[in-house]
Design a protein around this ligand. Structure first.
Ligand code: ZN
Ligand code: MN
Length: 138
């Protein structure tokens, strides 16, 4: 299993309980939280922790390629501990961000590659719409 403490130490980064907690939240959620969401979730556990600590932790994890930053067109970023390239879908109603099965992405990449002749190295794919719950209200 991946050891975040060992990883931080090896790369010469400070290991603090708050820093570990930020990573654990990301690793255990599929919600793609914003900085504020992470901060609020950690507040009860670490009342003295500042928002800056969350930002700083995320900077470190980004540098180590342990989290990826997502821009789904909001005025804030989302964070994901799954650093593999995979498509996301955003609800325009409740603003949740979810993963899209990457088996479909694989097929799409094959087609893009064969149609364009490109050797693909990266992509960013975001879908927008209304989730099943929000769809019912509209
Ligand atoms: Zn929704
Ligand atoms: Mn994701």
């Amino acid at each position: 299993m991946f050891d975040i403490v060992k990883c931080l130490k090896e790369k010469g980064y400070k290991v603090t309980p708050q820093r570990i907690a930020v990573y654990e939240i990301l690793r255990n959620t599929k919600e793609h939280p914003t900085v504020d969401m992470i901060y609020h979730r950690l507040q009860p556990l670490y009342p003295t922790m500042s928002l800056a600590t969350v930002y700083k932790s995320l900077e470190v994890f980004k540098e180590l390629n342990l989290v990826q930053e997502l821009n789904v067109g909001e005025d804030k970023f989302r964070y994901d501990a799954n650093v593999n390239q995979h498509p996301h879908i955003t609800c325009l109603g409740c603003t949740k961000v979810e993963d899209v099965d990457d088996e479909m992405l694989f097929n799409l990449l094959e087609q893009v590659s064969s149609k364009t002749g490109y050797k693909l190295v990266n992509q960013q794919l975001y879908f927008f719409g209304y989730c099943p719950e929000c769809k019912l209200e509209n």
